[in-house]
Design a protein around this ligand. Structure first.
Ligand code: ATP
Length: 218
């Protein structure tokens, strides 16, 4: 473990003087992490040639309701879901500090660990609406390219147009692959209501949820 990151590969650390490698930062609540997250992380990594995708569960989103599972449970679930994939790692950078998790702070803290890398912030299309309310979006998009991945059910968004409307043309790119219509909200709802959810999650996360009875009585 290096600086709060559980890493399974150090390939990005090697520098051969070529172009800097790009690291994807995938922030979210991950309450719980599901197959939609894994599929999109994998697909974006492949399309953009990312050296690593770092899952960063947040402590508390400044714009959303408090999560149901605790930060350490959400971290553990990310660990279980990503284990076995050398391209994926999980960071504690947000859950180890108090207060809301602003992406700009996350990136600045990660910079110390990933000195010579470029960052790409990965998010689903639904996040575009929130971007203007994020702290210091200008600085964030100077520090990182934003890759907006299409999400099933959130259609009709012209990312290029939305980016230029909010003044960030060129720093926000789309990844057109709406892969899986899965959401954490739906999974929590299914668990509360005794509906099937097993195949919407990594099997290790499914076992963990059953063992810890998370979301049952919420
Ligand atoms: P909730 O339903 O609780 O809002 P969620 O399923 O959206 O949760 P988050 O942890 O909020 O999960 O998502 C983290 C990031 O992953 C966000 O940028 C979100 O847009 C993106 N994302 C989540 N599910 C998908 C999916 N099925 N396809 C593409 N992107 C997704």
């Amino acid at each position: 473990m290096v600086g709060g990151t559980h890493r399974r590969s150090d390939s990005y650390v090697r520098s051969d003087g070529g172009a800097p490698v790009m690291i994807g930062i995938f922030g979210g609540t991950f309450d719980p992490v599901h197959l939609g997250h894994l599929a999109i992380a994998d697909d974006v990594a492949n399309a953009f040639g990312l050296a690593e995708v770092l899952f960063v569960p947040n402590a508390r989103s400044p714009l959303r309701r408090a999560p149901v599972a605790s930060p350490s449970q959400r971290f553990e679930m990310c660990e279980l879901a990503t284990s076995g994939n050398n391209l994926f790692a999980v960071s504690r950078v947000d859950i180890d500090r108090d207060g809301p998790s602003y992406a700009i702070d996350t990136i600045r803290l990660l910079r110390a660990e990933y000195r010579d890398c470029e960052f790409a912030f990965i998010a689903g299309t639904d996040v575009l609406d929130e971007l203007r309310s994020w702290r210091d979006t200008d600085a964030l998009l100077r520090e990182a390219l934003m890759i907006v991945a299409e999400r099933p059910g959130v259609d009709g968004i012209d990312v290029d147009r939305a980016a230029s409307e909010i003044g960030f043309a060129g720093r926000i790119v789309t990844h057109r692959a709406a892969l899986m219509d899965v959401s954490s909200t739906d999974i929590r709802h299914r668990i509360r209501n005794g509906l099937p959810y097993r195949y919407l999650l990594h099997h290790r996360v499914y076992d963990y949820l059953r063992r810890h009875r998370i979301y049952k009585s919420s």
